[in-house]
Design a protein around this ligand. Structure first.
Ligand code: GUN
Ligand code: FE
Length: 446
C-alpha cells in the first residue's frame, strides 16, 4: 500500500536519541496523515505533499521538554533571590499563587506563560499550577488550544501553609483534584496532548492521609505524579521532624505509594545512596533544576551519580525558583553546575557533555514523563514535535561562516548564546504552532 505523505521536511536533522549520542544528518522526513514521522523513501510518496526546505544555517531539533515549571509563579520570575527555600515560599511564592483564585488574572498570566514557553521552543511541559481547580482547568484549556503538550497538576497542600493559601482538609483536596481530572478527561479523553498529573506539593505541605490519598488517586486514574524532593537542607530537616518514623525523604514518598514509573521528582540534590537505590527500583524519574538550585542557593545535584545509578533524569526550569522559562538557560546551568562540581570533587567525569545535556532537555524529559516512545527524538513512528532552529547572522549566535564552523560547534554556540530569536518554527504533532516565522496567532482566548 502506498502511504500518503502530507508534509516533507528537507534539511539538517539534529537529535540525541539516547544518552550521550548526538546524531547530525541531512534528511528528508515525511510526516504522515496520522501525524507521525515517516522517512520518505520513494517519489510517489511526494505527490501532493507540502514541502518545507530549510535555509542554510537552519536545522531541525526536537522540541524541548520542561519537566518542572510552576505556571502561577511566572510573575515572580527574576526576583526574590534573597531567601532560602522555606522562607522564599512564605514571602514570595504562596502570595503570588494565592492570587490565582482570580480567573481574569489566571487567564492573562497563563496565556503569557504558554506563549512564552512555546516561543523558547518548549513543546511539552509538566506544570504545577496553584491549588485552585478553576485556574488549573483554564491552564489546561490554554495549552490544549495553543497546541502545547502539557501535564497539569493542581497542588495538593493541606498543612503548614498560610491560612489564606491552604486546603481545608484531605477530603476537599481530593475532591478538587477529581474535578480537575474529570474536566481534563473531557477536554482530551486520550490524554494525547494534555493530561492531569497528581501533584502533592512536597511532603511538608501534605498530611499523611493526603499523601496516601494522592498515591491512590494516581493508581486509580492511572496518572503520573510530580512533587519536590531533597532540595534544601532546611527542608530535609523539616521532613525528618514531621515524619520521624520514616527512614528518609524518599521513604516518605515510597511509604505512601508515590514512587511509580510515572513519578517526576524535582531537585534531588541531597539524596543518600539508599534513596537513590529506592528511586531506581521504583523506576521514578528526576527533574534536575540547576537554575533554581543556584538561585535559591539550594545546592548542586550530582547528575552523573544519578545517571550512573541508572535513574532517568530530565531538566526543569522550575520558574520562579528558576529565573526564566528558557530551556537553553537550564541546559547552560546544568553544564556549569556539573563543571563546578567536577572541580570541587576533583572528578572530571562529573562534567556533563553537550550531547548528554541536550538529551536531558529532550528525550530524557520524554522518558521521565512516560512518553519516550512518542516524542523526544526523531524516530519513525514518533510524533513530529520539532523546532526549526535558525543560527544565521540575523540571530544572536556567533557562527563564523568564513572559518566553516562544524555543526557540533554551531550547536554549542546556540546552546550558550541562544534564545527565542533562534526559534523560527515550533511544530507539535505535525502542526506549526509558534515561532518567529509563524504568523499563527490565537488571540481568541483573550
Ligand atoms: N518546594 C515546595 N514548593 C516549591 C516551589 O514552589 N518551588 C520550589 N523550588 N520548591 C518547592
Ligand atoms: Fe519547583
Amino acid at each position: 500500500m502506498v502511504q500518503v505523505i502530507d508534509i516533507i521536511f528537507v534539511g539538517k536533522l539534529i537529535h540525541t536519541p539516547s544518552l550521550g549520542t548526538l546524531e547530525i544528518e541531512d534528511a528528508t522526513v515525511g510526516v504522515h496523515q496520522d501525524e507521525t514521522i515517516r522517512f520518505a523513501k520513494s517519489h510517489h510518496m511526494l505527490k501532493n505533499a507540502e514541502v518545507h526546505v530549510l535555509k542554510p544555517l537552519q536545522f531541525f531539533f526536537p522540541g524541548f521538554i520542561d519537566t518542572h515549571i510552576h505556571a502561577p509563579q511566572y510573575p515572580n520570575a527574576g526576583f526574590g533571590i534573597d531567601l532560602p527555600l522555606l522562607k522564599w515560599l512564605e514571602k514570595y511564592t504562596f502570595p503570588i499563587e494565592s492570587s490565582f483564585r482570580n480567573l481574569d488574572r489566571a487567564l492573562e498570566i497563563y496565556y503569557r506563560v504558554v506563549t512564552r514557553t512555546l516561543s523558547y521552543g518548549t513543546t511539552f511541559a509538566s506544570y504545577f499550577s496553584s491549588l485552585h481547580t478553576p485556574a488549573s482547568a483554564l491552564l489546561a484549556e490554554l495549552c490544549f488550544s495553543l497546541g502545547q503538550r502539557a501535564y497539569i497538576g493542581k497542588c495538593n497542600m493541606n498543612t503548614l501553609s498560610p491560612a489564606h493559601y491552604c486546603e481545608k482538609s484531605c477530603k476537599s483536596s481530593v475532591e478538587a483534584t477529581n474535578v480537575l481530572v474529570s474536566f481534563m478527561s473531557q477536554l482530551d479523553p486520550n490524554r494525547k496532548f494534555v493530561s492531569p498529573i497528581i501533584t502533592p506539593r512536597f511532603a511538608p505541605s501534605c498530611t499523611k492521609d493526603l499523601l496516601k490519598a494522592c498515591g491512590e488517586l494516581a493508581a486509580n486514574h492511572d496518572l503520573p505524579i510530580q512533587t519536590h524532593i531533597s532540595e534544601n537542607l532546611g527542608e530535609i530537616a523539616l521532613v525528618r521532624e514531621l515524619f520521624p518514623d520514616r527512614k528518609s525523604y524518599t521513604d516518605v514518598y515510597d511509604h505512601h505509594s508515590l514512587l511509580t514509573p510515572k513519578t517526576v521528582l524535582a531537585h534531588a540534590v541531597y539524596l543518600e545512596d539508599e534513596e537513590i537505590e529506592t528511586i531506581y527500583k521504583r523506576q521514578s524519574g528526576i527533574s534536575h533544576c540547576p537554575t533554581s538550585n543556584a538561585v535559591l542557593a539550594s545546592g548542586m545535584a550530582n547528575i552523573r551519580k544519578l545517571l550512573d545509578a541508572g535513574i532517568k533524569v530530565s531538566l526543569g526550569t522550575d520558574v520562579s525558583g528558576g529565573y526564566t522559562p528558557n530551556m537553553l538557560v537550564a541546559i547552560r546551568q546544568a553544564a556549569l553546575t556539573s563543571r563546578s562540581l567536577a572541580s570541587v570533587l576533583r572528578d572530571s567525569r562529573i562534567a556533563l557533555e553537550l550531547p548528554e545535556l541536550l538529551y536531558l532537555a529532550t528525550q530524557g524529559g520524554a522518558e521521565v514523563l512516560g512518553r519516550g516512545h512518542e516524542v523526544g527524538s526523531f524516530e519513525e513512528g514518533k510524533a513530529w514535535d520539532a523546532l526549526v532552529v535558525d543560527v544565521s547572522s540575523e540571530t544572536n549566535t556567533p557562527v563564523d561562516i568564513y572559518e566553516r564552523d562544524t555543526w557540533e560547534n554551531i550547536l554549542s554556540k546556540w546552546v550558550f548564546n541562544g534564545d527565542d530569536r533562534n526559534v523560527a518554527q515550533v511544530w507539535v504533532n505535525g502542526k506549526l504552532i509558534a515561532g518567529t516565522e509563524c504568523k499563527i496567532e490565537d488571540t481568541s482566548l483573550l
